[in-house]
Ligand binder design. Structure first.
Ligand SMILES: Cc1cc2nc3c(=O)[nH]c(=O)nc-3n(C[C@H](O)[C@H](O)[C@H](O)COP(=O)(O)OP(=O)(O)OC[C@H]3O[C@@H](n4cnc5c(N)ncnc54)[C@H](O)[C@@H]3O)c2cc1C
Length: 310
């Protein structure tokens, strides 16, 4: 029977960081993953360029039932620490909008860096290795693998969230926690697109592919970035972020002309250039296809001069 100080289940971003830190502190560490490759979600992150941190990282911006956890975690490991790690490995990065930092090259560089860091510190990585059973065995835990039994003082559940099962995601950590009687916060989807009810979708689906700057508010929190109409509903950075604050039944407010007093503008133009169409005026502020759809949806008369305030 093999013995380890720490067994980490899941070679994702969290598991590999954890394994490296434990190994750097002299622990004997084994990392297990049922997938054939480590860090698959990192590989597809940020459209393949890995949005690895943000200059505006702050505990107040984390959603958690235990906000104090973020305060201590973020004071001990800051964005500057991860930037220094990339710099030390010669991995090029750059800032995009709103303090978002992306790699210049492939996200695979981050996967390789995390694997190298933990294995050079002495952690052992075993891929294609499902855990058949995990039981408490005072002291520590006993793990049944196809190759035999492993005993560990500590087990870290680093198997991530449930999204994208075809990339290896499972609800394993939730199942184990429930079985061991640990309290769980009910998992919810976060950073996800909104699907629309059939009637609204029918009206908006011709806009699929159109993107526009927007201010999206849900649960009292507002994000101002771009919004994307899709075949199923709404997506884009502003919508994805707002989704984490939304609860079933609540209103989502979408302002498609942020910073513009649209009614004042329409009134002024009605007096100045009443012969133009409402869609043409809206198209000065919005993508033309969106302007046309909104004007048609409002059943506006063909000429701005014939429109009333309503
Ligand atoms: C399309 C997309 C784009 C993203 N872009 C970004 C971005 O740019 N920046 C950013 O910060 N975040 C991004 N994210 C989020 C980020 O990828 C995740 O938050 C992060 O990967 C979570 O890390 P993790 O280690 O907790 O879990 P994961 O990365 O999911 O790792 C979990 C590991 O556990 C393994 N596993 C699961 N079940 C078992 C089991 N039963 N036995 C053994 N092993 C198991 C899996 O194979 C996997 O390797 C993105 C996510 C997606 C889906």
């Amino acid at each position: 029977m093999e013995r380890f100080d720490v067994v980490v289940i899941g070679a994702g971003a969290a598991g590999m960081m954890c394994a490296a830190e434990a190994a750097l502190r002299g622990r004997r560490v084994l990392v297990l993953d049922h997938a054939r490759a480590p860090g698959e979600k990192i590989r597809i992150s940020g459209g393949g360029r890995c949005n690895f941190t943000n200059l505006g990282v702050h505990p107040s911006r984390f959603l958690s039932d235990n906000p104090r956890f973020c305060i201590s975690a973020l004071s001990r490991y800051t964005p500057a620490d991860f930037i220094a790690l990339l710099d030390s490995a010669g991995i090029a990065w750059r800032e995009r909008t709103l303090g978002q930092l992306f790699l210049e090259g492939s996200a695979r560089q981050v996967v390789d860096l995390l694997v190298r860091r933990m294995t050079e510190a002495g952690a052992e990585l075993r891929l294609s290795t499902p855990v058949r059973d995990l039981t408490p065995a005072a002291p520590g835990f006993r793990l049944a693998l196809d190759s035999g039994e492993v005993v560990a003082d500590r087990v870290v559940l680093g198997t991530g969230g449930k999204s994208i099962p075809k990339m290896g995601a499972t609800g394993y950590a939730f199942d184990v926690a429930r079985r061991l009687g640990l309290a769980l916060v009910e998992p919810r989807a976060g950073l996800v697109p909104f699907t629309l009810a059939p009637d609204l979708l029918e009206r908006l689906s011709p806009l699929a592919g159109v993107s526009a700057p927007a201010r999206v508010t849900a649960g009292g929190t507002t994000f101002e970035e771009s919004l994307l109409f899709t075949h199923r509903g709404l997506s884009g950075p502003a919508v994805l972020q707002a989704s984490s604050y939304w609860r079933e039944g609540e209103t989502v407010a979408v302002d498609l002309a942020p910073g513009v007093d649209l009614l004042a503008r329409l009134r002024a133009e009605r007096g100045r250039a009443g012969r133009q169409s409402p869609a043409a005026l809206l198209a000065e502020l919005l993508p033309a296809r969106l302007a046309r759809t909104l004007a048609e949806g409002a059943q506006a008369p063909p000429r701005l001069g014939d429109c009333n305030d309503a």
